[in-house]
Design a protein around this ligand. Structure first.
Ligand code: SF4
Length: 475
C-alpha cells in the first residue's frame, strides 16, 4: 500500500497529526458519524438483539469456516465463476496480475476495497504497466493525492473541500480553468464526468466484498455512489478480492448483518446500493461481465483462529469503533501507519503484520471502552489490545521506561502496606507543592501530560484511603 508511514513511527505520526491545523479541521467531520449512528439506533429498538444475532452468525460461521468456504467455492463454480485461493498478499497480487496479463488488460476500474489496500494491488498494477482507477469518490481523491485511505468507510475524511478543489484543478487540466467548483455537488459532477470514460473503457473491474454467501456463491457489496455496480457490470471481467472471514452461510444471515452494518457505519438504515453478484452474465441477462473471478485471501486470518484474537474475525468493517474512538478522533487514520486505523486496526494490524511492526498501535487507546460498546459484532477490542500489550511486553518490545515502570508498579502492588504508604506520602507532597496554584504546569516523568494540559494538585486523601474510610475496611 502507499502507506504514509510505518507503524513503528506511530508516536511521531500522532504528534504531527495533532499539530496539523488543516487535518484537525478536516477531522471534525469524522465526529458527525456519532450522532448519526445514535439517531439510527433510536429508530430501531431491536438493535441490541440484532447485535447478538450478528455475533452468533459470525461465531457459527468461524466455527465451521472450512465447510462454508468449500460450499461457497462449489456454488461459485456452479454459477460459472472461478475461485482462486491466495495464502498471502504476494500470491493474491500474482493471481490478479496473471489474470490481467492473460487478457491483455491495460485499464482496471476499482470499487472501494480495503483488501486491495492490504495487498498493495494498485502498486503491483502500476509496476506491471496497468492503469488502476479508483471509482469511489473518496478513493479517487486520495489516488490523485497519492495517499492511503485514512478511514475504512470514508477514505478521504482527512481532506477538506478546498483540498479537493485544488486537486481537481491540478489534475483535470483538460477542463476549463474558469469552471465553478465552489460547491460539493460541482466537485462530484466533475469526478463523475472524468470517471465515466474510465468505466466505459476498463478491461477489468475489481471490487471487494462486504459478504460472501455460501449457499448461493454470491458476493455482496454496499456503496452509496453506485460506482461499485458500474465497476463490476461494465468491464468484461469482474474480479472480487475478499478475505476468508467475509463468508456467511445464507442470504438471510447476510440480511441480518446488513441491518447492523449501515446503521453502525454511517447512521443510514441501509446503504444506498446493496449489490449481489453471482457468477458471470447469463445468456438472458441484459448486462454483466463475461468472466467472474473470486480471489480468496487468507494473509494471516486462519492463524488468528483458536487464539485470543479470533473474535476480530467477526469484524464487518463498519468503522464505528474508530468513529467513537477519542484517539482516532484526534489524530485521524494515517498516524496508524498501515491499512487499518482506529481500535480495529490496533488489534488487526499486529495480527497481520506482527507485533514487532504493529505493536505500538494497541497502546493507542485510553481503554475507555467506547469501541467495544458500539461495535455491532460485540468484539472485545480493549481486551484484545491488552493481549497485544502483554505480548509486546513479553517480547521485550515495550520501551525500557515502561518495562521498568511496570516492574516497579508490580513490586509495589504486591506489598499493599508499602504501596499505601508511598502513595500517601506522594499525595501529601504534591498537595503541599501545588497548594498555591492548585495545579502543575510541569512535572517530572509526566511531561507528556503537562506539555498540553495542567496536572491538578491533589485535593484530598487517596482513592484507597477514601474507600477504606467509607467502607470501614481495615485492609
Ligand atoms: S471492530 Fe466492530 S466497530 Fe470496528 S469496524 Fe469492526 S465491526 Fe465495526
Amino acid at each position: 500500500m502507499s502507506s504514509v508511514a510505518t507503524t513503528p513511527r506511530f508516536k511521531l505520526n500522532a504528534h504531527e497529526a495533532l499539530t496539523d491545523p488543516r487535518l484537525q479541521r478536516a477531522l471534525v467531520h469524522a465526529r458527525n458519524f456519532v450522532p448519526r449512528r445514535a439517531a439510527a439506533l433510536e429508530r430501531l429498538p431491536e438493535f441490541e438483539a440484532l447485535r447478538d444475532s450478528a455475533r452468533d452468525i459470525k461465531d457459527h460461521t468461524l466455527a465451521h469456516l472450512d465447510l462454508y468456504l468449500e460450499t461457497y467455492e462449489r456454488k461459485v463454480l456452479e454459477a460459472g465463476g472461478h475461485v482462486h485461493w491466495a495464502r498471502d498478499a504476494a500470491e493474491a497480487r500474482q493471481i490478479f496480475l496473471d489474470l490481467a496479463n492473460a487478457r491483455g488488460a491495460k485499464r482496471v476500474t476499482k470499487g472501494k476495497s480495503m483488501i486491495s489496500e492490504e495487498i498493495g494491488l494498485n502498486q503491483a498494477m502500476e509496476a506491471a504497466g496497468i492503469e488502476a482507477v479508483e471509482t469511489d469518490l473518496g478513493e479517487y481523491i486520495i489516488q490523485l493525492r497519492n495517499e492511503a485511505p485514512s478511514h475504512i468507510i470514508a477514505p478521504a475524511i482527512h481532506v477538506t473541500r478546498d483540498d479537493v478543489e485544488a486537486d481537481f484543478r491540478k489534475f483535470h487540466t483538460d477542463l476549463p480553468t474558469d469552471r465553478d467548483l465552489a460547491r460539493p455537488e460541482q466537485l462530484l459532477a466533475e469526478a463523475r464526468g472524468v470517471l465515466r470514460d474510465k468505466f466505459l473503457s476498463a478491461d477489468i473491474g475489481v471490487t471487494g466484498a462486504n459478504f460472501l454467501v455460501a449457499e448461493t456463491g454470491t458476493s455482496i457489496i454496499v456503496t452509496n455512489e453506485g460506482n461499485g455496480d458500474l465497476t463490476q457490470i461494465l468491464p468484461k471481467v469482474h474480479v472480487v478480492i475478499a478475505s476468508l472471514e467475509k463468508i456467511v452461510p445464507t442470504l438471510e444471515d447476510a440480511a441480518q448483518l446488513l441491518r447492523v452494518l449501515a446503521r453502525s457505519a454511517t447512521g443510514q438504515d441501509m446503504s444506498v446500493y446493496t449489490t449481489l453478484s453471482t457468477g458471470p452474465r447469463r445468456s438472458d441477462d441484459p448486462d454483466g461481465p463475461e468472466e467472474y473471478h473470486v480471489i480468496l485471501l487468507d494473509n494471516g486470518r486462519t492463524a488468528m483462529m483458536g487464539t485470543p484474537f479470533e473474535d476480530m474475525l467477526r469484524c464487518i468493517r463498519c468503522g464505528a469503533c474508530m468513529n467513537h474512538c477519542p484517539v482516532y478522533q484526534q489524530i485521524g487514520g494515517h498516524a496508524y501507519g498501515w491499512v487499518y486505523p482506529g481500535p480495529m486496526g490496533a488489534v488487526l494490524t499486529p495480527s497481520l503484520i506482527g507485533v514487532a511492526e504493529g505493536g505500538q498501535l494497541p497502546n493507542a487507546s485510553t481503554f475507555c471502552g467506547r469501541c467495544e460498546s458500539v461495535c455491532p459484532m460485540r468484539i472485545p477490542l480493549p481486551k484484545m489490545m491488552r493481549h497485544w500489550r502483554e505480548r509486546e511486553f513479553e517480547r521485550g518490545l515495550t520501551p525500557a521506561v515502561v518495562r521498568y515502570g511496570l516492574k516497579a508498579w508490580a513490586f509495589l502492588a504486591t506489598k499493599p502496606t508499602l504501596y499505601r504508604w508511598l502513595t500517601d506520602v506522594n499525595l501529601r507532597v504534591l498537595a503541599l507543592l501545588g497548594r498555591k496554584r492548585g495545579r502543575f504546569s510541569w512535572m517530572p516523568f509526566v511531561s507528556a501530560w503537562t506539555d498540553t494540559r495542567d496536572f491538578p494538585a491533589p485535593q484530598g486523601a487517596t482513592f484507597q484511603a477514601q474507600w477504606r474510610a467509607r467502607s470501614g475496611a481495615t485492609e
